[in-house]
Write a protein that binds this ligand. Structure first.
Ligand code: SF4
Ligand code: SF4
Length: 76
């Protein structure tokens, strides 16, 4: 099933579990920079910025593993 990933940056803790699981699923390794989701610290307001790469396949794994509800799966 494909999912729409709803992003709620205000809940993000910066744990990077989403990047770890995405890189494992898509590249076979725990390597956050190979992830199709990017989480970056915003120097201006201490929040985290979250962006999905255009190549994201909407598998929904990142949202499944985000325990902070910063990423939520929605049926497409
Ligand atoms: S989106 Fe969720 S899993 Fe990803 S860094 Fe933020 S809190 Fe962690
Ligand atoms: S939905 Fe996209 S960003 Fe999330 S784990 Fe799947 S491919 Fe990666």
């Amino acid at each position: 099933m494909k999912w729409k990933i709803n992003i709620h940056e205000e809940h993000c803790t910066g744990c990077l579990i989403c990047q770890m699981i995405c890189s494992l699923a898509n590249d076979g390794c725990f390597y956050p920079s190979h992830s199709l989701i990017k989480v970056q610290n915003d120097e201006n307001d201490a929040h985290f910025r979250i962006e999905l790469d255009n190549n994201c396949n909407n598998c929904g794994l990142c949202a499944s593993y985000c325990t902070s509800k910063a990423l939520l799966n929605e049926k497409r």
